[in-house]
Design a protein around this ligand. Sequence first.
Ligand code: FAD
Ligand code: SF4
Length: 515
Amino acid sequence: MAIKNKTLRLILGDQLNINHSWFATVDNNVTYVLMEIRTETDYAKHHLQKVIGIFAAMQDFAKELKLHHHDVIYIHLNEENNLHRFDENILALIDKFKFTQFEYLLPDEYRVDEHMKAFTQKLKIPTKAFDTEHFYSTRSELGDLFADKKTYLMESFYRYMRKKHKVLIDDENKPLHGKWNFDEDNRQKLPKAHKPVFPLVFCNDVTKIEAEIIKSNVKTIGKVDSKNFIWPINRKQSLELLDFFTTNCLHLFGTFQDAMAPNEWSIYHSRLSFSMNIKLISPKEVVDKAIEAYNKNPDQIAFHQLEGFVRQIIGWREYMRGIYWLKMPEYANLNYFQHDEKLPEWFWTGNTKMNCLKDAIHQSLDYAYAHHIQRLMVTGNFALLAGVHPDEVDAWYLGIYIDAFEWVEITNTRGMSQFADGGIVGTKPYVSSAAYINKMSSYCSGCYYDKNKKTGEKACPFNSLYWNFYNKHEDKLGNNPRIGMMYNVWRKMNVDAQKELLDQADYYLKHINEL
Ligand SMILES: Cc1cc2nc3c(=O)[nH]c(=O)nc-3n(C[C@H](O)[C@H](O)[C@H](O)COP(=O)(O)OP(=O)(O)OC[C@H]3O[C@@H](n4cnc5c(N)ncnc54)[C@H](O)[C@@H]3O)c2cc1C
Ligand code: SF4
């Protein structure tokens, strides 16, 4: 078949932004290519729902482009001529259809960015890279903002973003309602009788995609109900989920942002990270819609709920991306505490007697989702207290969550959760004993372990591991003003009590797979 198009444009699986200027007009000289390839299915062991979700969204996106009369080549996973690498597939297409120009959108992942740079440098036809037109900030904006600073405070970045983009700002460039941050009004435990809203889920039939993945023998984790795939796979569904969130969840988002309860997998969270990370919807659309909902309904949605939500998106999300581009590739090897343990086996099955971990892991295997506090203060907290190597922790998070893409996964995992960056993202490690988990959840009351016991039979492992962690890393943390109080408590403890705690922790670490 003779093709007259001259330009080949690559769209990656996380670049499904139909509002991109590329698609504003139909150009008969342009052909778009999307490809399902093994370098992408195999760079981590992904959750089955993640692979399916991305392929389903890519296929839907290709259909939409065709409906708008764009010329599209779609390379399926098991297609005979699929060479399973971006560069090799592109070279084959250029050769076959005689394209005279190649264009691509800037990848969000360092790994793919390097691949595309190396490949295009050698390519014999002209090449151009375009912005994805998705984020509020550019790759280098955070780095420029903090160029002469020693630290990278998220709060400073957040305020800068609010002012720059005029989000929740008054005419004098001051924060609406007089404060930048309303966190003290947020973060309560779910009351016993409170039943959170039932999450909106979709019923996409993805059986064909699942069959292709199985046929190709891609190694995955977790499970899927492929007749009723729950995640949004196109823009329409993503907008429905956004609408559901602003109508049914935003009014309690902040209040229960950190709350956890058995079998409550979504609470009042938006579950929009997947749609946003593959760019079916933009962060600006999400923020604008939340503000619109608040403006329409200020009696129902308190300002602190809105501010808490907006901060996650124009603050944390953009901040993590900025740190990623500033600190990669070194960031991927940071291991501040020199941790070197393996992840317990039950991280892959959920078979542990610790109720909080059992619930968070089972939910992750079932839905490819856990909310922020489950990731940070349950699984992440345990991995840090247990001294697990950050590579192992990263691999788990990069695989298991449907929204996991390295730019936002590694900064959260290696940085915020494991403090392996020594304090670039956070000012102190996020560790806790059972007290915090019990404060924010109802897990402890149904647990085999006793939240109040530090040592002895059935003592909650978090309690002794917590003190063991501080003791072990006193040289690195002892002078941190944000945790001075904990060291005062530790140093005042009598030597026998300290020894008992350390012995208990040692026992648990030696029997970690049996906990
Ligand atoms: C160890 C660990 C690993 C994580 N890995 C990922 C990941 O791979 N991909 C990912 O998108 N997020 C990750 N996060 C951040 C956060 O947990 C998820 O964005 C959030 O749980 C997604 O669910 P949601 O859409 O319901 O979020 P909501 O609670 O509804 O929050 C709204 C949005 O805010 C943004 N957001 C909130 N917190 C963060 C944050 N810390 N960093 C960046 N964006 C944030 C997300 O886009 C999210 O969709 C991780 C956090 C931790 C502690
Ligand atoms: S007692 Fe300990 S292990 Fe059990 S749920 Fe509470 S914090 Fe988790």
